[in-house]
Design a binder for this molecule. Structure first.
Ligand SMILES: *[C@@H]1O[C@H](CO)[C@@H](O)[C@H](O)[C@H]1NC(C)=O
Length: 193
């Protein structure tokens, strides 16, 4: 009986020790997310994003993601947003050739063409800031790009019509892609890599 009790006591002590050890490990991981690279890092970043699927699919689409560290993934996430903004910019130019569009829609498109020129420029500026590790400017330019995209969306929403050209949807995608980049930037700032 005595023997069984002490075995049980020993077991309890060992379980507690194991729990504390595991807790400690989890803490260490939470504090050092920078140790993750590649797909593990992407999973960590995208876990914090609103549109997790878009985050995972857009970042994993680039083969360089497989081995990317935080700086590398920041670069990739901004490139993804830039590619999308450039694509929308081209789409808007294409739409502007349609002379049968109502004047209000044409105006909104013209505004959006300007906004998206700015978006591409700002994302470019953010890359320059990343190169010199100016994380404040890096964040600022990505945030500004997302806001300019919103302004384009607002120009269309103000028309009060259905979004027949899908521009508002495109501005939402851009915003998500910028938010994904901002999630990576937050980790980068935390780890000052
Ligand atoms: C950008 O996002 C829109 C969806 O909003 C999509 O139609 C388009 O193909 C995307 N372009 C790129 C290059 O990612």
């Amino acid at each position: 009986m005595m023997m069984m009790r002490s075995t049980a006591a020993l077991f309890t002590v060992l379980s507690l020790a194991l729990c504390l050890f595991l807790l400690d490990q989890t803490d260490a991981q939470a504090q050092a997310p920078s140790s993750a690279v590649g797909t593990a890092l992407v999973a960590e970043v995208c876990g914090q994003c609103k549109d997790k699927d878009l985050c995972l699919s857009s970042l994993n689409a680039d083969p360089n993601t497989q081995t990317a560290d935080l700086s590398g993934l920041t670069l990739i996430s901004i490139r993804v947003a830039t590619a999308n903004a450039t694509d929308t910019s081209a789409y808007i130019s294409q739409m502007l050739k349609d002379t049968s569009l109502e004047p209000g829609v044409q105006d909104a498109l013209n505004n959006c063409a300007d906004y998206y020129d700015d978006v591409v420029q700002q994302l470019d500026d953010s890359l320059a800031a990343l190169t010199v590790r100016n994380y404040g400017d890096l964040r600022k330019w990505v945030e500004t790009a997302a806001t300019e995209g919103d302004s384009c969306g607002a120009a269309f929403t103000a028309l009060g019509e259905a979004d027949k050209l899908g521009v508002v949807g495109r501005t939402r995608t851009l915003k998500q892609l910028c938010n994904n980049a901002l999630a990576v930037i937050s980790l980068l700032e935390k780890n000052k890599q």
